[in-house]
Design a protein around this ligand. Structure first.
Ligand code: NDP
Length: 241
């Protein structure tokens, strides 16, 4: 059976990805940092569907924890799909960004991705697929998330560099860049803010985690066999680069 490793796979977009890839025939090794309960619920749901799944506690900012993750038996047996999904976003005016906050965001969103890849790279199977969750803000920037936008831009260009480097081995790397997606990241929105976001999106709705998971499924699946180094924007037409 093929194995997928999904970072932050226990809630939000990551949970939808874990469940979708389980349907696609992968056994799921998902990681969580602080939220063990939702992660265990996702694992239970996947197991109830007859697919094997396990949750591992791993703070991607901690090199020792990431190194420990790499010793998991399913990693040793070989990772067929690596989905780097974890991320943090704190709304903060770009003018007020301080160095500590910038470092926290870069360490989680970018360095955490690098540490994870670096720890498991020797266990990627031939023709492994890597999918990185970026953001529209990684291209467009944001007055309320300069650190987040910079971290996602770094993630995206890093992933595209890896794609070029790994292509001769038959391994593919792609980026999914979501727009507004209905998860805890938007939970602080007032009803008015939510309505204005919906109006802003040409398709007139906020995206669902499943909207993103479907594209990840395509990118780690066989039907995208000639796509690597792509950044796929999934945003209801909100931003057309
Ligand atoms: P959530 O806040 O719902 O989930 C964030 C996930 O990241 C959680 O699983 C969390 O794990 C994990 N995580 C955070 N910090 C760490 C860490 N240090 N180590 C390991 N895992 C960590 O966000 P979403 O589901 O919305 O976001 C998923 C991805 O999609 C992120 O990369 C985000 O930037 C991106 N995205 C989301 C958009 C949106 O509108 N929702 C738009 C564009 C991009 P735990 O809970 O266990 O701590």
């Amino acid at each position: 059976m093929r194995t997928a490793l999904v970072t932050g796979g226990g809630r939000g977009i990551g949970a939808a990805i874990s469940k979708q890839l389980a349907k696609d025939g992968y056994r799921i090794l998902l990681t969580y940092c602080n939220s063990s309960k939702p992660a265990e619920m996702v694992v239970d749901e996947i197991r109830d569907s007859g697919v094997d799944a396990v949750a591992a506690n791993c703070d991607v900012t901690d090199a020792r924890e990431v190194a420990l993750l790499a010793t998991h038996p399913w990693v040793i047996e070989g990772i067929d799909a690596l989905v780097i999904n974890h991320g943090r976003y704190d709304r903060i005016d770009a003018r007020n960004l301080d160095i500590d906050h910038l470092r926290r965001t870069m360490t989680t969103n970018f360095e955490g991705a690098f540490l994870t890849w670096n720890a498991v790279k020797s266990n990627l199977t031939d023709n492994a697929r890597i999918c990185v969750i970026g953001s529209q803000l990684g291209t467009r920037g944001s007055p309320h998330g300069a650190d987040y936008s910079a971290s996602k831009a770094a993630l995206s260009t890093w992933a595209r560099s890896l794609a070029q480097s790994l292509a001769p081995e038959g391994k593919r790397v792609n980026v999914v860049a979501p727009g507004f997606v209905d998860t805890d990241i938007l939970a602080g929105d007032s009803p008015e803010k939510r309505a204005s976001r919906e109006q802003e999106v040409p398709l007139k709705r906020i995206g669902t985690p499943e909207d993103i998971a479907g594209v990840v499924s395509f990118l780690v699946g066989d039907k995208s066999s000639y796509i690597t180094g792509a950044v796929i924007h999934v945003n209801g037409g909100l931003y057309l680069p």
